[in-house]
Design a protein around this ligand. Structure first.
Ligand code: HEC
Ligand code: HEC
Length: 464
């Protein structure tokens, strides 16, 4: 009898296991097969590492040791969990809901290795809330990379593509914006049109500059992508960012289905609605003004069934728009053609425009959520966008503060950079519009309106 109890327990456990398998596992597998393309796309983005890892958990947990004071001392006294939270805030990362010690923007393998995902630049928060496809306007990529490199050297670990790449080119000189366009150019330099790796010397004549990632929910409306609208849409073009030497042509081909699903997810994204009060009378005056002064370029907005909704995909010449032109000038016709004629665009079949005239007037859906504004992220609120002469020369945002009056980032404005010594990490917290590629000038169409009209227009912009 003594032995029968454990035996029964074993039998019971075995029975339970079989039951579990029968009841849960098979339906689970069935469920996995039944995911829609877009659900699979989101799963790919959040769980599959398409790039080699940038650092491991030990490195991430040691990063605080290179922070400036008094942050370092605060981190030293903190628990491991709150230190991780401090690190996420410093680098502009968001905790995963189910596993707050990991960041949403990285795919963390069971062995603790962190690989950057598309969400690094393309998933952020506004007013502390996460909406799918909202750009990450807090990402401190350059600071994270520099500090990871210091820890790797101390822990005697080998340097990866980001650690080495960032010695050759800047990754992002202002938090929330990155030199992503030039990464693309630099990486394409080492590939032929079929993505075979070709050895070439590094090019030092690239015009480095930082760009603010656009909201992904615009993807469906755009007929071509990027600030100058030169590149054709398609699942292949979405894979450009994976051009590290570890990924050869066969690997790209093998991942095509994954990116078909990712594109399906992008195509389904919708902008989030404004969450606070709206003065509806004023907003309807604003709607009228928008139709007369803005809609020719930006299109019309309204209920989904509204047949008047249109989006013209209009490119405005660089002289007419008058915003910072470094991004426009930084891509040569050859650089554009290299992409358009490559595997990424089906060797030219997908089309594109190697000589666009300026910048596209982007869709404005969910514009309340996507501050800062303009392609370089130089204008912190919609109020500032509508008041050209009052745009701040230098500004610094709070990590997740939201300005409901001016619609956009909660900021402090400065005339000069602070006089005391700043660490590189601290300096990147300031947006200095005097620097190359960072001008906040231009887009003066709203100056035809008086102050009351601008107020009504601002109210309307909350609702689209
Ligand atoms: C390091 C930051 C960064 C990462 C990582 C990144 N992107 Fe981007 N992405 C950008 C920036 C910046 C732009 C704007 C470029 C421009 O307009 O010239 C952009 C533009 C885009 C656009 C065009 C949107 C539009 O409306 O024009 C798409 C689509 C896109 N990225 C998809 C992806 C995908 C998919 C991945 C992952 C494979 C990815 N990105 C990884 C920074 C990034
Ligand atoms: C002649 C065409 C044109 C007109 C008219 C125009 N815009 Fe624009 N707008 C653009 C272009 C082009 C850009 C992109 C400029 C850049 O990023 O450098 C832009 C950018 C913007 C942005 C920033 C978008 C973002 O995601 O950062 C907002 C907001 C905006 N416009 C609002 C308006 C409003 C409101 C009006 C009406 C008063 C207006 N625009 C009239 C062409 C136009």
């Amino acid at each position: 009898m003594k032995n029968s109890i454990p035996t029964n327990r074993v039998q019971l456990r075995t029975c339970l296991r079989i039951l579990c398998v029968a009841l849960f596992l098979n339906p689970c597998q069935g469920w996995a097969e039944e995911l829609t393309a877009s659900q699979r796309g989101y799963r790919n983005l959040t769980t599959k590492a398409y790039l080699p890892s940038d650092f491991d958990q030990d490195i991430f947990d040691d990063l605080w040791t290179v922070w400036e004071e008094p942050l370092r001392s605060r981190a030293e006294k903190a628990t491991v969990d709150s230190r991780r939270a401090m690190a996420m805030e410093r680098y502009g990362l968001l905790p995963q809901q189910k596993l707050p010690s990991h960041a949403l923007q990285y795919v963390v393998a069971p062995n603790g290795n962190w690989a950057m995902s598309c969400l690094a630049c393309h998933q952020g928060q506004v007013a502390g809330k996460i909406f799918p496809g909202l750009p990450n306007t807090n990402y401190a990529l350059e600071t994270l990379t520099e500090e990871v490199r210091s820890i790797k050297i101390r822990q005697q670990k080998s340097l990866g593509h980001m650690d080495l790449g960032s010695l050759l080119m800047p990754l992002g000189t202002t938090n929330g914006t990155t030199n992503a366009v030039m990464f693309g150019v630099a990486l394409m330099r080492y590939r032929d049109k079929d993505l075979n790796i070709v050895p070439r010397p590094f090019s030092f004549d690239m015009v480095h500059h930082d760009v603010d990632a656009p909201a992904w929910w615009h993807y469906a409306k755009r007929d071509r992508i990027y600030a100058d609208g030169f590149a054709p849409k398609g699942h292949r073009i979405l894979m450009q960012f994976l051009l590290v030497k570890e990924n050869g042509p066969l690997q790209f081909a093998a991942w095509e289905d994954d990116f078909r699903d990712i594109e399906a997810w992008l195509l389904e994204l919708k902008s989030p609605p404004w969450e606070w009060e709206v003065d509806t009378a004023s907003a309807s005056v604003g709607r009228h003004l928008f139709e007369n002064h803005c809609a020719d370029c930006h299109g019309s907005y309204g209920a989904v069934t509204d047949s008047s909704i249109k989006y013209p995909n209009r490119i405005v010449s660089i002289d007419e728009i008058g915003t910072d032109r470094v991004r426009y000038d930084s891509l040569t016709r050859t650089a554009r053609r290299n992409l358009m004629e490559s595997w990424f665009a089906h060797s030219g079949l997908d089309g594109g425009d190697d000589n666009p005239s300026g910048y596209v007037a982007p869709p404005l859906d969910g514009i309340w959520a996507t501050a800062p504004y303009l392609h370089n992220g130089s204008v912190p609120t919609l109020w500032h966008l509508l008041h050209s002469s009052q745009r701040p020369r230098i500004w610094k945002r709070t990590p997740s503060g939201y300005d409901q009056q001016r619609i956009g980032l909660d900021i402090e404005c400065l005339i000069e950079m602070p006089s005391g010594p700043l660490s590189n990490a601290q300096r990147r917290g300031y947006f200095d519009t005097r620097r190359i590629g960072k001008s906040a000038a231009g887009h003066d169409f709203q100056e035809a309106l008086d102050e009351n009209e601008k107020k009504a227009l601002l109210e309307y912009l909350k609702t689209i």
